[in-house]
Structures are given as C-alpha cells and as structure tokens.
Design a protein. Sequence first.
Lengths: 153, 153
Amino acid sequence: MTELGRRAFHQLHEAAALLTEDTRVSMARRGLTAARANLLWLLSGGPRTQRDLAEALGVTPRNITGLVDALVADGFVARATHPEDRRAHLVSLSPTGQDAVAWMVESEQRAVDLVYGAIPAPELAAYVETTEAVLAALRAHAIRPLPEEEHDA
Amino acid sequence: MTELGRRAFHQLHEAAALLTEDTRVSMARRGLTAARANLLWLLSGGPRTQRDLAEALGVTPRNITGLVDALVADGFVARATHPEDRRAHLVSLSPTGQDAVAWMVESEQRAVDLVYGAIPAPELAAYVETTEAVLAALRAHAIRPLPEEEHDA
DNA sequence: TCAATTAGTGAATACCCTTCACTATGAAGT
DNA sequence: ACTTCATAGTGAAGGGTATTCACTAATTGA
C-alpha cells in the first residue's frame, strides 16, 4: 500500500534524475544547457518574440534576454526586429540551431528506445494508463500560477 | 509501439516537472532549496564531515562549504571541529534542522498519498514492476551511477 | 495629443555549481 | 625528527539560471 507508493515515488525520482543527468551531459557536449535547449525547441515551430518565449517557458522576460544573448553568441539563433512592432525582437533558429533541434529529436528517440524499448507492449500500455492517473492527480494538485491567463490551448 | 514509448517518456518528464516544482515551492516557504534540503536529509542519519557530504551528494567540496554556510546562517545546522581530525568539520542538525527534516518526511508522505493514493494496489504493483525494468535500463546506461540516495520531500 | 500599456534591457541580487590556488593538518617513509 | 605526500576546507573567480526593479522606446487608445 503505502510502501508500494513510496517505492514508486522513489523510482520516479531516480528515473528523472538519471534521465536529466544523462541529457545534461550530452547537451553539454553540444554546447547546450537545458534552459537553452528548451528555448531552441520552442523556436523549431517558427520565429517568436521574446515576450512570447517568456510566457511559453514560464520565466521572466529578463531571463529570456540572457538566454537569447547566449544563444546568439553561440550562433544557435538570430535576433531580428519585428516587422510590425519595432519594440519587439523576433528570435529565429540559425542553420546551426536547426541542426541542434534535429539532433535533439534524434536524441529523444534514442532515449525513448533505450528506456522503453525492452518493455513488452501490453505492459507498457498498462504502465502508460496508470501513469496517466498519477499525472491527473498531480495536475489537479499543481500550484501552477505560472501563466496568468492562457490565450489558446 | 514507439508511440507508446514516446508518450511514457513525456509523462515521465511532466510528472517530474510537476513534482519538483511543487516541492520547490513548498520548500521555499520553509526557507529551503532542493540542494540544502538534500544536505539536511543526509544529516538526519547523524553528523558528517563536509568531505563526506560532498561525496554523498556528488558535488565538489567547495560547493558544500557554501551550502553549509547558508544552512548555518539560517540556523539549520551547526559546524563543529572533528574530535579526531582538526582539519575536518563535523556538520550536524540543529533543533531547527531536525524539525525541517521531520517536516520533509511528512511532506513526502503527503506527496506519496497524493500521487499514488488513488491507484489500486494491483495496478500499482504492476506499475512498480514495469518501472523497475525501466530503471534497470537507465541505470545500465547511466554514465556514472547516482550518488547514494536522493531524497525530495 | 496625451496617457497607459507593452517589449526589451541594465543593474543588482540570490542560488547552484565548478576549477584553481592556498592553508592547515594528518600520515607515512626514510 | 624530517621530509614528503595526501587530505579537509576555503578564498577567489567565473559560468549558468533565475528573480525584481527601474528605465527607454514604441504601440495603443481615448
């Protein structure tokens, strides 16, 4: 009962820790960090303003300034003035940034295969379903005051 | 099949994100951060030297100096010279630190109940078993094994 | 036109973490 | 003992993520 729950809890923490550490290391080899990679990922859908990125990532606009500064310095993205709003900057992926995103997609697939590749489909399906219930409980409880009002869904 | 794996992967990420954010917020209210809380947790088993803490947490000794400085300043721990080695400092929990650890234990239990409390035992057992297989794959792949026990309340 | 709002950034700060250099102490080896 | 080597901890410097506050510049709206 509780003992099982506690074990599941520790498993979740360990899995997350192993995965994030592994990701961190391979990211670092590519000259990326988690925060910067997340930003790149958002840009793979097309250019965005920094304000937009701040809301999407749930961080302050000031933080985005710093992240974009670093990504520009490393050649992953480019800033351009917004064609319709001269206050805003449109951030877009450079070819290097596009390569990085492509590599991230491949890396994720490799990670998925590594982690879940050996699990038989029926067990995995049951696992996903149970996890969905766990997530539902978490989402319901979450104290996420990150974005005030969402525009779309 | 790969689709199922990808979904499980994203579930894992989301669950970890929700849980760590929730933990971070409640820790912050207690004047703690994840790094400091992990250190406190290690001390609940008795006083330790900073060197020892560094190895247990998998960080540099210099980092421990800073964490202990902050915890001393906030009254969670105390430094004492080691009785047998005058180079070393023995770090131990203050009464406030003990209270904090007790609170973390309770918080963890609440989190476990919240997250897994509604899952029927048979499903949870299957879930734990599958997760164990996932963890085995992750541990086998891990660049370097994780330092001791990780604990987040 | 004028006021309010919005986009972005400089300055300052908090926190985690690292490496390198250095002091003090401990433990051997000769 | 004396010298050498290893160990415990910290100062200094720096990279990275994140915040708040104050400010400029541009947009929007009345």
